[in-house]
Design a protein around this ligand. Structure first.
Ligand SMILES: Nc1ncnc2c1ncn2[C@@H]1O[C@H](COP(=O)(O)OP(=O)(O)OP(=O)(O)O)[C@@H](O)[C@H]1O
Length: 319
């Protein structure tokens, strides 16, 4: 049995399935991102993993130990498994230092002191140790919540959309810091998000959840280059349907703009994006609109373009 395993877990609320026969195996120190739309079952899954929710079927094991849910355990949850939410859950009348030290109340004093010092250092919170949560930015509060969760050295850290109340710059900064921190600590981490971009920045190891089921699991490159469904393909970028072919698609970045070629179209719109212009091209045959990257920012509305692509970039996708 692997270090952390979720086997055939199902859960319904009032007959509505939230998780359907979900299974997952992780090794110690693995870092997995679970990506799914709102309502796909992410939070339910994390709560079941943490022993905080009663599943209808299936089992969760951590390091060989069966994780008991609240039906079978008087005090629900485990010290070894920490779940961090988007809304921090800090004690408002305790300082940063006191918040981080709180879970260590029953530990030896010297150990607790050095652990708190270590975490304040690791997360760059030393200058804020005496502040109260309301005196911190969202990103700093989230770091305190993470330090608090890490204080008892959990075996498994579950992050439930931890960046949703932060802006993009704060999020990128925190992702950068957390990546280093988790690598250093070797903690097993599961991060859930609706935002593929955040997941890609944090880890290469992805699982895509749709309507409570795993639709695909693999590295970011595998999923981007060989998606098994339209849903997975579209998480990475828009896709263009190739005329007169069965379920065959091409990504905007894999379309080449030429002065001659098999597919003729007209540019009907252009958008300035950071690394390229994004063109909307109406195909002559069939009137379908394609999205195409123009890295040289050469084309403008009304231009005639020929579109070409390599066969090995074509994706045949099920719905
Ligand atoms: N306590 C509950 N009672 C009834 N239905 C629930 C409950 N919790 C979740 N659900 C339903 O289960 C499904 C999965 O919800 P869940 O919160 O796990 O999804 P999610 O992917 O985390 O969504 P979000 O990203 O919006 O938080 C949804 O249809 C939701 O409405």
């Amino acid at each position: 049995m692997s270090y952390f395993s979720v086997r055939h877990v199902s859960k319904s609320y009032d007959q509505n399935p939230a998780l359907v026969n979900f299974s997952l195996e992780l090794n110690k120190g693995d870092f997995l991102s679970i990506v799914g739309a709102s309502g796909s079952g992410k939070s339910t899954l994390l709560r079941i993993m943490a022993g905080l929710e009663i599943q209808d079927e299936g089992e969760v094991h951590l390091d060989g130990e069966l994780i008991l849910n609240p039906k079978h355990k008087l005090v629900s949850g485990y010290d070894e498994i920490k779940l961090i939410h988007q809304d921090y859950h800090l004690f408002p009348n305790s300082s940063v230092e006191e918040n981080i030290a709180r879970p260590l109340l029953h530990y030896e004093r010297e150990y607790a002191k050095s652990r708190v010092e270590n975490l304040l250092n690791l997360l760059g919170l030393k200058a804020f140790r005496d502040r109260y949560p309301r005196q911190l930015s969202g990103g700093q509060q989230q770091k305190v919540a993470i330090a608090k969760a890490l204080s008892v050295e959990p075996e498994l850290l579950l992050l439930d959309e931890p960046f949703s109340s932060l802006d993009t710059i704060q999020t990128h900064q925190l992702i950068f810091e957390l990546k280093e921190l988790f690598q250093e600590l070797g903690t097993t981490v599961i991060f859930v998000t609706h935002d593929l971009d955040d997941a890609l920045r944090l880890t290469d190891n992805l699982l895509i959840l749709q309507k409570g089921k795993t639709v695909q699991q693999g590295t970011s490159q595998e999923l981007c280059e060989h998606p098994m469904s339209k849903y997975v393909a579209q998480l990475f970028s828009p896709i263009n349907l190739i005329p007169d072919r069965f379920n065959s698609y091409i990504r905007p970045s894999n379309v080449k703009l030429r002065t001659k070629g098999p597919l003729l179209g007209h540019v009907v719109d252009t958008r300035y994006l950071v690394h390229f212009n994004s063109l909307q091209v109406r195909l002559k045959n069939g009137g379908e609109i394609w999205e195409v990257d123009d890295p040289l920012r050469k084309f403008k509305i009304g231009d005639r373009v020929y579109l070409q692509f390599d066969e090995d970039k074509v994706m045949v996708l099920k719905k």
